[in-house]
Ligand binder design. Structure first.
Ligand code: CU
Length: 174
């Protein structure tokens, strides 16, 4: 084997090894569940029980004035379709995927959150000014990817509804 052939061989092996290395989160092995710890979640039972059941999705008010937003990304929509948050307060985002890899981005901001099935993605956000933001998926996730759009409404703090315990806000609550 001459050097040229050997070099091509080594580069090919390296390139092939890189594919699973960049897509490690799509490989379902028990070890990954262990490494993910408490953030592990079964994408097949999201709607049945636990944190991401339908009536727990949306905006939850915290005692300290901050809010927690829980969402599901799935082919090809975000649930809830329209998120309502107050301006100028910390927003804790918790999102997971029911199927493929998605990426939640708010147009006009720098926020871009990778969403993977089997794990909960967390992000700390803050929107200083009221406004409407288009929410888009920035990870190609299939045929309907380009239609995967929803909305985020940031309202002045005093316009954000006072929610009862257990109640979750979305744009319908405004
Ligand atoms: Cu997508």
């Amino acid at each position: 084997m001459n050097w040229r052939k050997l070099r091509i061989f080594i580069l090919t092996v390296l390139a092939l090894a890189l594919i699973p290395a960049t897509r490690y989160y799509q490989i379902d092995v028990p070890l990954l569940h262990f490494l993910k710890g408490s953030r592990a979640i079964d994408p097949l039972t999201l709607h049945l029980a636990g944190e991401f059941v339908e009536n727990n999705l949306g905006t939850e008010q915290g005692a300290d004035g901050s809010v927690t937003v829980r969402m599901i990304a799935q082919q090809y929509l975000f649930v809830p379709h329209c998120i309502l948050v107050p301006a100028g307060v910390p927003v804790h985002l918790r999102i997971t995927s029911a199927d493929a890899v998605h990426s939640l981005a708010f147009n006009g901001t720098d926020y871009n959150v990778k969403v993977l099935p089997g794990t909960i993605s967390e992000a700390q956000l803050r929107f200083s000014n009221p406004g409407d933001f288009k929410t888009v998926c920035r990870e190609f996730c299939g045929a309907g990817h380009y239609a995967m759009r929803s909305e985020l409404k940031v309202v002045p703090r005093e316009q954000f509804p006072v929610l009862r315990a257990g109640e979750r806000g979305n744009c319908a609550a405004q």
